[in-house]
Design a protein around this ligand. Structure first.
Ligand code: 5AD
Ligand code: SF4
Length: 441
């Protein structure tokens, strides 16, 4: 095959970033080279998201724009992968006739075979089976060189079927990867220079493996933190209903486990939580937060929340605000509920008016801004350990993250990338900290 180039555009969550890295490594192993310029690529893959209406709209408009490239270069192979591809399947080929390939997240292990088929007979392919196991990792030496942080998917899919959520329909049922494969992949990342690993799964804490030995998420965490060369471990996303006492205890016991948990609560009213089928109450959620803080007082807590779930009353919304005040999150991802076709909530009556949703979202975000700022101000004068990742967007400054996952920018003349350094916080801002490093000996 003549030398060909590929370009991957990734939208959506960390799992999509992980999948895009998998695709890139597969293509490199197959003789393709990455390019940053979509204009001269022979293959373009767009990794999409459909979790809410807004990312779906973004994916559609990107697909429209990218389709023009195919008009200019008919030999270009263009594919859509990820959750939108899984959800829409053949429909995407009809709406965007320039596409050659539509491939769901469970099918990415077949990329080489599918491209071979497209090149051989020019047929368009839709690959959207949900049964395949996650693919075995591909080994592409040097791919992660220069990265300080890396993702590692430990399980795929979700069994929870929260009533608003499309994920179980587009990522399939939960399947965990074998501990051996996970540990080997972690070792590979470390050998390429990665210092901090984030374990990924739609529902990481329900990780389970029943081989010769039984493993759960805690066994896996304990094993991975033993790896030499690894400085920090994180994981995301956890479900409150599966947050065991044992897992909470890990934040007290495991030095490498960062003091941060992302624990989506979604709503503060028990009747909304019940209709969302979340499997916990607001009281239970608060109890979990108190337990986490008892084990590790400096743990940062972040979360996802939505406003305007069908039937959400003003009183329900106030229960959400009330929970935010009680918990004092470090930061929040907040969304307006949007119908996802095929979910239970999409068929519920009593939809909340769009204007009301917007007002609620802005009230909630204003409250959270005050809390985030107050939390970051409280860190002023404190010394925090920072893993240096690179340079800040504004330029000139060095940028890294604290264990609590806050961005810290500071000045230094030394090349500190990949190192853990201690930085004093000078100023707490809304989304980052400004610091100063003590002179090195
Ligand atoms: N509408 C709005 N927000 C949603 N999320 C998931 N599904 C929907 C939906 N239909 C949010 C949840 C989830 C995050 C990834 O996206 O808060 O935790
Ligand atoms: Fe969606 Fe609920 Fe599964 Fe999270 S736990 S992916 S919100 S169904």
């Amino acid at each position: 095959m003549p030398h060909k180039t590929f370009y991957i555009k990734t939208m959506g969550c960390q799992m999509n970033e992980y999948d895009s890295d998998f695709l890139a490594q597969s293509l490199i192993n197959d003789g393709f080279s990455p390019t940053n310029n979509d204009n001269d690529a022979d293959i373009i893959l767009i990794n999409t998201c459909t979790v809410r209406a807004k990312p779906e709209q973004k994916a559609f408009s990107l697909l429209g724009r990218m389709s023009d490239l195919k008009r200019k270069n008919p030999r270009l192979i263009m594919g859509v992968v990820g959750c939108l591809a899984q959800q829409k399947g053949h429909e995407l080929l009809e709406r965007f006739p320039q596409l050659d390939l539509v491939m769901g997240p469970r099918e990415i292990g077949r990329i080489k075979e599918i491209l071979g088929q497209i090149y051989a007979d020019g047929e368009k392919i839709v690959a959207t089976h949900l049964e395949p196991r996650p693919p075995h990792p591909v080994s592409c030496q040097g791919y992660f060189n220069g990265r300080v942080t890396g993702y590692l998917s430990i399980m795929e899919g979700c069994n929870n079927f929260c009533t608003y959520c499309i994920v179980p329909y587009v990522r399939g049922r939960e399947i965990s990867r074998s501990p051996e494969e996970i540990v080997n992949e972690a070792k590979n990342l470390i050998s390429e220079g990665v210092k901090e690993i984030t374990l990924l799964g739609q529902n990481v804490n329900s990780y389970r493996w029943e081989g010769m030995e039984k493993w759960n998420f805690v066994t896996l965490l304990r094993e991975i933190t033993k790896l030499d060369g690894l400085l920090r471990l994180r994981f995301t996303t956890s479900h409150p209903k599966d947050l065991s006492e044992e897992l909470i205890q890990c934040f007290g016991d495991l030095d490498k486990l960062c003091p941060h948990i992302h624990l989506p609560f979604q709503a503060g009213s028990n009747s909304v939580l019940d209709r969302m089928k979340r499997g916990y109450t607001r009281e239970r959620y608060i109890e979990l937060i108190d337990k986490l803080r008892a084990v590790r007082s400096d743990i940062a807590i972040t979360s996802d929340v939505m406003v305007g779930f069908p039937g959400e009353t003003e009183q329900d919304f106030h229960m959400t605000l009330n929970l935010i005040k009680r918990v004092q999150f470090d930061s929040l991802f907040s969304f307006k509920y949007s119908d996802r076709k095929g979910t239970v909530a999409a068929k519920m009556d009593d939809k909340v008016d769009e204007t009301d949703k917007s007002v609620r979202l802005s009230v909630l975000q204003n409250l959270q801004k005050k809390i985030s700022l107050k939390k970051n101000w409280a860190l002023e004068g404190k010394q925090l350990e920072v893993l240096v990742e690179g340079y800040s967007k504004k330029g000139g400054q060095i940028s890294g993250r604290t264990g609590s996952n806050k961005i810290m920018n500071f000045t230094s003349n030394n090349n500190l990338i990949g190192r853990l350094v201690v930085v004093t916080v000078n100023c707490g801002l809304l989304n980052s900290l400004q610091g100063e490093m003590a002179p090195e000996e």
